[in-house]
Write a protein that binds this ligand. Structure first.
Ligand code: BGC
Length: 818
């Protein structure tokens, strides 16, 4: 075994590998999150296998959508919070050399260290050479994966070479259930013990199993592990069958194996683990299922090869190329995280799109609006997975109806944050670590999430033409959400306008007017305009349905012409507030707040800083993240300007640019989504400024503003959003009816880009090279597709290529907005 520290020999290879040279305890949490491995069913952080949770390491394992609620007494109230649960640690694998201590990476002298995440194959390698206090030198190579082929299985292999010693070696392989949710510092005052023990067993001839249960949701979780050791010689690995001893403790189970090592030889330790829960299908009981799974599991090598094959298949649908190699690698990392969070294995789990991946305890694994940044990537590569994400919302439609009724509205009002149920999961309190005070959290007033669900449905249908989905689920959700918007809008007879009051926009800093007790601000531009879009397009979506289906749905939901007419009226008369210079105001009264210099506070939590000083962010014109700019991110000019006209307001490119300029200089970009949204907003009117923000987002979790914070979970929305930007903003890919429209705005630094995508079961590839854009239809496509490029209508036959100049024309007309 040689420690493989040579550099990859081509850019192509380098773009598949994420490499960290040298062990850095300060960066360990960040690397654990960035290199977490998952398969859409479960995920494990990249902690070293000898580690327990401490100030450096956090070996978390999580199952997609597995939540539990705990109550914490706060300020005399019982605050109930739902969290994604950190499950027993299956990685736990250590060894001790005769006369020494159990190996700990923090207790030895490290001679060489490299961590490599291979994105193509979903394998994490850790190469390490160390010396212990007795001057014994050892080389270690670790390989691990969470199987993309067998969703319940994961594998860990250690190859240990005794460089300058011979002697006894003891191996301890455990499943450690002594875990809590404790990775996020600001959640420390909250209750965090989610699991209680159920059973532990020793399997014959090898293996152990631990079963625990979540203490509120009562979900049983079983982990089983099988550990084999072998001596690796010239003619392969020879399995050893040493006696084992069992070590048991509360919520902990380990097997210990001993062998002798001769200087220069390699010992190979292989651990296969299985996870089942009582929520899984086709099992009678999770413990038995986990035991069976490891007993019949093939060898590490066989499992690994099936896993590599499965990743390969996923990558075939996600072809991407861009120069330079650093950009390609970052984009591949983003795709990797999307796919290991939401894969074909997530389909049956009733899980949504989590903001921080499934390996991050930040935001408690909740589902926000971030799917709006993720879905566009999935829709045109894995439409079947995107559909499941939309079904997560459909299954919660009744809860959303209840939430609307409770607030006195009609239709369905989806919560800002959700988890296992459709209940509002936004915590009632946040803890400010700076002031050590509890703060009320009013961000649940972000009603705009309801518009995003419609945008996602719209996008899904346009790309897939999945009418059956719209008939069975999609249109019903749209109608109920449109009803909510129509009922939340109140008529102001003085202005002859409808208003949406007491909400919070994406900029979560402004949750109330200064010195006003009732939470919420009025007439947030983004909320009102996107609500108008929603009302308009829901009426249009009804026309997609075959007449019989439309009649039946309208009858069932008691939707009549009068109600549709009312939506039409509201959608033409929602109020939009402007600043004096003709730009959009973030909300009514925003311009009366005190000015604030946002520059010194970039990437900081200004709301917490001010609260610690006894001040209130509500008093200042400082913005957490892009808010109004979301409009320009979501809607191309050709769609937004006519929509504004329909609302009775003139709005042009100068006003749009002015709006972005005003808002961006007040923004501190505390959210990783912020620069992304501004990049999208600026793509048409200032592609170069847009590109700079794109680059900042591209590296945001790797080395950028959010990288420190990424130890609590990567930012999936920002990661996926970079792909959205390339696809929809720079390449200008949009669908109008049955036609693919391309209206590119390519920043001058983007010299080469190639992306494959699927449109209604047709495989296509778009490529930009210097000033040329080409679109290729796969020769396997069943028929031609309609294309509109630079204003020209083209029929693209299977196997053919269309090429044109890369010039933004702005000529594509999307809707007449009658
Ligand atoms: C942002 C939200 C986002 C959430 C999860 C928050 O900081 O303000 O817009 O949905 O993070 O990513």
């Amino acid at each position: 075994m040689s420690i493989c520290f040579d550099s990859p020999n081509s850019d192509h290879e380098a773009a598949w590998n994420f490499v960290f040279d040298g062990y850095d305890p300060d960066d360990e949490g960040h690397r654990e999150a960035l290199c977490a491995l998952g398969n859409g069913y479960w995920v494990t952080r990249a902690a070293t296998c000898d580690a327990q949770a401490d100030a450096i390491h956090y070996p978390g394992t999580y199952r997609a959508g597995l939540y539990n609620r705990l109550v914490t007494p706060i300020e005399g109230e019982a605050s109930e919070d739902e969290s994604l649960v950190n499950l027993p640690n299956w990685l736990a694998l250590s060894f001790r050399i005769e006369g020494g201590d159990w190996f700990s990476i923090d207790a030895v002298e490290i001679l060489a260290y490299r961590l490599t995440l291979n994105l193509q194959q979903g394998i994490l390698y850790r190469d390490l050479q160390f010396r212990d206090v007795q001057n014994r030198q050892t080389t270690l190579r670790e390989q691990r994966f969470v199987s993309m082929a067998e969703p319940h299985l994961a594998g860990l292999q250690l190859q240990l070479r005794a460089d300058n010693w011979s002697g006894g070696l003891e191996i301890r392989s455990a499943i450690d259930g002594r875990v809590t949710n404790s990775n996020v510092e600001r959640y420390a005052p909250f209750s965090n013990q989610h699991l209680e023990p159920v059973a532990a067993s020793v399997l014959e001839p090898a293996g152990i199993r631990l079963t625990m249960r979540t203490n509120q949701s009562r979900i049983e979780v079983s982990l089983a592990a099988r550990t084999r050791i072998a001596l690796v010689g010239e003619d392969g690995a020879q399995e050893l069958h040493p006696d084992r001893t069992i070590e048991r403790a509360d919520c902990y189970m380990a097997e210990r194996l001993c062998c002798s090592v001769v200087q220069g030889t390699v010992v190979q330790i292989e651990k296969i683990a299985a996870l089942y829960t009582s929520r899984d299908y086709a099992i009678s009981e999770s413990g038995m299922a986990a035991e069976d799974a490891i007993q019949i599991a093939p060898s590490f090598a066989e499992l690994l090869s099936a896993h590599q094959w499965s990743w390969n298949r996923l990558w075939q649908r996600c072809e991407i190329d861009i120069t330079p190699v650093e950009h390609l690698r970052a984009l591949r990392l983003h795709i990797f995280h999307i796919l290991q969070t939401i894969s074909p294995h997530t389909a049956d789990l009733d899980a949504g799109v989590p903001a921080r991946g499934w390996h991050g305890e930040d935001y408690r694994g909740h589902i926000f609006w971030d799917e709006v940044f993720v879905l566009p990537f999935l829709v045109c590569r894995f439409p079947e997975i995107a559909r499941e994400m939309l079904l997560y919302r459909y299954r919660r439609l009744n809860s959303a109806r209840r939430l609307a009724r409770q607030q006195g509205y009609q239709g369905a009002m989806y919560p800002w944050r959700s988890g296992s149920t459709g209940q509002e999961a936004t915590p009632r309190f946040q803890f400010n670590l700076q002031s050590k005070r509890w703060m009320r959290d009013y961000t649940y007033l972000q009603r705009h999430i309801n518009a995003i669900i419609i945008c996602n449905l719209w996008h899904y249908y346009n790309f897939t033409n999945d009418l059956a989905f719209m008939e069975d689920y999609g249109t019903e959700m749209m109608i109920e959400i449109a009803r909510f918007w129509a009922s939340v809008a109140t008529y102001n007879s003085d202005l002859d306008r409808y208003e949406i009051r007491n909400v919070v926009g994406p900029d979560e800093y402004h949750t109330a007017y200064p010195d006003v007790d009732t939470p919420g601000i009025h007439n947030n531009s983004y909320t009102n305009i996107i609500a108008a879009w929603t009302l308009y397009h829901t009426r249009e979506a009804l026309d997609w349905l075959p007449p019989a289906c439309r009649t039946e749905l309208c009858d069932r939901l008691q939707l009549n012409q009068a109600e549709l007419d009312y939506w039409d009226t509201v959608s033409r008369k929602l109020r939009v507030v402007f600043e004096q210079d003709g730009s959009l105001s973030q909300y009514e009264g925003f311009d009366t707040l005190q000015s604030f210099d946002a520059q010194p506070f970039q990437d900081q939590s200004v709301n917490l800083i001010l609260e610690a000083k006894g001040d209130d962010v509500n008093c200042y014109r400082v913005i957490k993240q892009a808010d109004t700019a979301m409009l320009f991110f979501l809607l191309p000019e050709q769609e937004l300007f006519p929509l504004m006209q329909r609302l009775g307001y003139g709005f042009d490119r100068t006003q749009m640019h002015q709006t972005i300029t005003n808002h961006i200089q007040r923004t501190v970009h505390e959210s990783s989504l912020s620069r992304l949204v501004y990049a999208g907003a600026l793509a048409e009117c200032d592609p170069e400024a847009s590109w700079q923000l794109f680059l900042e987002t591209l590296f945001v979790d790797i080395s950028g503003a959010s990288s420190k914070e990424a130890k609590n979970g990567i930012h999936l929305g920002a990661m996926a959003g970079t792909l959205h930007l390339l696809q929809h903003q720079y390449l200008g890919l949009r669908i109008h009816g049955d036609t693919i429209c391309l209206d590119p705005s390519i920043p001058s630094s983007l010299r080469q880009l190639c992306m494959s995508f699927e449109f209604r079961s047709h495989d296509l590839k778009i490529e930009v090279k210097e000033d040329k854009l080409s679109i290729t239809a796969s020769f396997l496509n069943s028929d031609s597709i309609q294309l509109c490029c630079n204003g020209e209508a083209i029929t693209l036959q299977p196997g053919s290529v269309y090429q044109c100049e890369c010039i933004p024309t702005g000529t594509i007309k999307f809707h007449d907005y009658v």
